[in-house]
Every structure is written in C-alpha cells, then in structure tokens.
Design a protein around this ligand. Structure first.
Ligand SMILES: Cc1cc2nc3c(=O)[nH]c(=O)nc-3n(C[C@H](O)[C@H](O)[C@H](O)COP(=O)(O)O)c2cc1C
Ligand code: SF4
Length: 429
C-alpha cells in the first residue's frame, strides 16, 4: 500500500510544532488563499469536499458551517473539541503535539468563513503538555500576524483562547462542553436548539473536532476535487487511525478513509506474536465491535454503518484469541458507569446494572437470566438516554453477545475460562 501523508506529513520532521518549520512546509498558505476569497466561497469549497466531522458522528462540515445564521446580531464563535476521551482514541493529542499550527490555521479559516472573531480550544485537563504546546503555538501565530487584529492586512480580526477541561468524558459531548466552557457542570443540553443558533453564551457556534479543522487548510489549498480523490466519495479524505492492543506496532497510522483493518494490520507489522484476531472496535468502545469476518470492511462513515457498526473516532482496538471478550466489556462498562453524568435514569442506572452483572459473570456467579437482563437493559438504554453516551455504553454489550454468545455461556457454565482476562499461556502485562 503506497501512502502519501497529508495530516501527518510534518510528523517526524525537525520540530514541526515551531511556526518557522510549519511555514516551510506550506504552513499558513491555505489561510493566505482563504483571505482572498469571500467567506461563502470557503463554505462552498468545504461543502464540495464532502469533509465529514472527525469527532465521531461524521456530520458534513460545510453544511454545519452554513447553519450559522448571518442575520443574528450576536457574536459568533468557533469551539474546538479537543477533549478526546473515547477509549482507544489517540489521534487529536498527537496532532496537536506534532502539528498544532495545522489546527490553528484551520480554526482561523473556519472563523473567517462563519464570521466569528473568537475561537476556544477545549483541551482535556490531563493533557497539560498539549495545553502548553497549543498555547505556545497560538502565541507564535499572533506574533506573526496570523492572529489578532487585521490579519495579514485583510481587515479580519481573530483570537483564540485555550481552555483546559477537568477530564470528564461527557465534556466531549458538544453541548456539555459548552456548559463546561461557560463555567457550569458539564452536562448535555436539550437539543434543539442546536449550537449553530444557541451555542456558547447562547450565540451561534460551530463545534468541530481537532482533525476536522486540521483538514481545512489542505482542502482550501488543494481544492475539493483533490480531497475527494482520497477514499470514498461520500466520506473522503485522509484519516488518522489509532491502533492499539494486540498489534506489533501500535500507534497512529494515516491512510485514506475506507482503509480496511486487514490493510491497517499490515501497515502496523501484523498481529503481535502472530496471534489470531478475535474482536476489534472500528471507532472506539462506543462503536459495536467487529470480528475476523469484518477484516475487509472499508473503514469510513457509510461502510462501517452498513456492516453494523460505526467509524466513530477511528480508534481501532485490537484483541486476539487469548483475550476474554466478557472481561473487555466489563472494563468498558466500568468506564461508562464512571463517566455517566447522572442526568438521565436509563444511562445512570443502566450502566450501574451492567457492571454488577459483568462482575458476577467474571466471578463465575452469573445466571442465564443475567444474559436476558443485559439485553433488556441495552434495549432500555439505547434510544432512551438523553445523549449518545448512554447509547455508546450499549454497543460493546449487545455486539459482544451477538458475536460471542458461546463465550458468555462458558462463563455461565464454569466461570471465566481465562486468567485475568487472558489465557495463562498467552498472558502478558
Ligand atoms: C460522550 C461523548 C463524548 C464525545 N467526545 C468527543 C471528543 O472528545 N472529541 C470530539 O471531537 N467529539 C466528541 N464527541 C462528539 C461531539 O459531540 C461532536 O459531535 C463533535 O465535536 C463535532 O465535531 P465534528 O463535526 O468536527 O465531528 C463526543 C460525543 C459524545 C456523546
Ligand atoms: S446518557 Fe448518560 S451521560 Fe448522557 S445525559 Fe444521560 S446520564 Fe448523562
């Protein structure tokens, strides 16, 4: 497979996070071009490119920008979601550490396109290194005249505020993020109204993921047709897949949207210790798991849905023949129980019940009724929760029962056949 990196093209070069090095490799050329165009033309280019948000839902970015009302007298805002809390996801942090200016350039172009003069980058609080790196990059951009008043003599003003969150998964949900940014407890808001009309400080707001905005300068420079050459027409562009688990070389692999797991495993040097693939997530733990039969499923927004899952955050977590699927789902359920914000009953109580049942199954104290209860709980959480965190919590449960009912049965018959979630023979830290 031949790959020409786009989003990661500066990774591994000499201090790519420094503005001088960034500029040497096309940095801020997209912004210069954008400022010569009308804002609506930029929205048009991004629409034509079919760029879909990388935050998980795959919403068309140009369309989202076009929802910002022009006649609303309130200030407009662009908010960058850099919370990255989905289990297995490790893509936005490497992007911000290696190439913060690509995101910053994308932010300035987005602000210009939607008529915003102020953007906020919401970074999870534990990622102090990223907060420092992005803050330093913003200062560099300001010193060079890419941010501040009258950017490059265009008459357009823009500033960026970097904000550290407190480390809650729910604060990645866009409306909880906005509440948190406003200084409130991070809990989702009722939609509608949507952020496009009533977002930050009740003003029109675009919320976009780091990778979404980092793609924008390349689209403005290269054009929509160039962008659409990569991957399927309806879900094109480059994608950073984060590979973790039982793989020889875990890490970030950039490839066109629609790359398959078989190809990704090959890129990453194969399964670790030559073991057989057992199950995997295409886009984080909130996306229904896949098995060996999905090795050739293209990993893009539409194909993953067609195959029964979602592309999500393109966080590919890989498990092999020695891994206990019940144990993996137990751990994910503990995560959802811990991160449930408690606002609605199905998610708050349902994730608590999940954990109780999985603990019993792993201890060898499960009953046949427990399996029915797991499915019943999933039915009652999915589509009945206030936000997508609850829906996501059901994905590993129902998909693992769908593909590995026999393994659940073995847990009922004689307890967990694995030791510490892993067979003794294959056990490693
Ligand atoms: C529980 C939960 C956590 C989320 N976490 C993130 C996150 O860390 N980063 C992100 O970009 N989107 C996250 N999202 C999706 C956002 O709500 C939103 O769809 C996204 O930021 C929009 O950006 P995009 O259009 O560029 O994809 C999360 C959603 C949910 C329900
Ligand atoms: S689904 Fe969960 S995280 Fe979302 S509002 Fe309800 S309790 Fe909170």
């Amino acid at each position: 497979m031949t790959l020409t990196p786009v989003l990661t093209k500066r990774f591994g070069t000499d201090q790519p996070w420094k503005i001088d090095n960034y500029e040497r490799l096309d940095g801020y050329a997209g912004l210069k071009k954008a400022l010569r165009l009308q804002p609506d033309e930029i929205v048009g280019i991004v629409k034509d490119s079919n760029l879909r948000g990388r935050g998980g839902a795959g919403f068309p970015t140009g369309m989202k920008w076009s929802f910002i009302p022009k006649d609303n007298p309130k200030p407009k805002y662009v908010v960058i979601n850099a919370d990255e809390g989905e289990p297995g996801t490790c893509r936005d942090l490497p992007l911000m550490m290696n190439d913060p200016h690509s995101m910053i350039e994308g932010i300035i172009i987005a602000c210009y396109a939607v008529g915003a003069n102020h953007a906020f980058v919401y970074i999870r609080g534990e990622a102090v290194h990223a907060i420092r790196r992005v803050t330093a990059a913003v200062q560099e951009a300001q010193a060079k005249g890419y941010l501040g008043a009258n950017i490059l003599g265009s008459g357009f003003d823009c500033r960026i505020t970097v904000h550290g969150g407190a480390g809650a998964y729910i604060c990645g949900e866009e409306t909880a993020l906005l509440d948190s940014l406003e200084g409130r407890r991070g809990q989702p808001r009722l939609k509608p109204p949507f952020p496009a009309t009533n977002g930050l400080y009740d003003s029109p707001t675009v919320v976009n993921n780091v990778g979404t905005l980092a793609s924008v300068p390349y689209i403005v420079l290269g054009g929509a047709d160039w962008f659409k050459q990569m991957g399927p027409e309806g879900s094109p562009g480059p994608c950073i897949y984060s590979l973790s688990g039982r793989i020889a070389n875990p890490g970030q692999y950039e490839a066109p949207m629609g790359t398959t797991l078989r190809e990704l495993i090959e890129l990453a040097g194969g399964m670790s210790r030559g073991k057989e693939l057992k199950f995997w997530t295409p886009g984080g733990s909130s996306t229904p798991m896949f098995t060996r039969e999905h090795l050739d499923t293209p990993l893009d927004f539409d194909s993953a849905v067609k195959a029964g899952s979602m592309n999500g955050t393109s966080a590919v977590m890989i498990f092999d023949e020695d891994d206990c699927v019940v144990r993996a789902v137990q751990k994910w359920s503990e995560f959802y129980k811990h991160e449930s914000c408690g606002k609605c009953t199905p998610c708050r109580e349902g994730t608590y019940w999940y954990v109780g049942i999985y603990d019993r199954l792993e201890r060898g104290e499960g009953t046949a009724e427990d399996l029915d209860t797991l499915l019943d709980l999933s039915d009652n959480i999915l589509g009945r929760s206030f936000c997508a965190l609850g829906d996501g919590a059901t994905s590993p449960v129902s998909s693992s029962i769908k593909y590995f009912r026999d393994e659940y049965q073995r847990h009922l018959d004689g307890g967990c056949p694995y030791v510490g979630g892993r067979t003794l023979a294959g056990a490693h830290a």
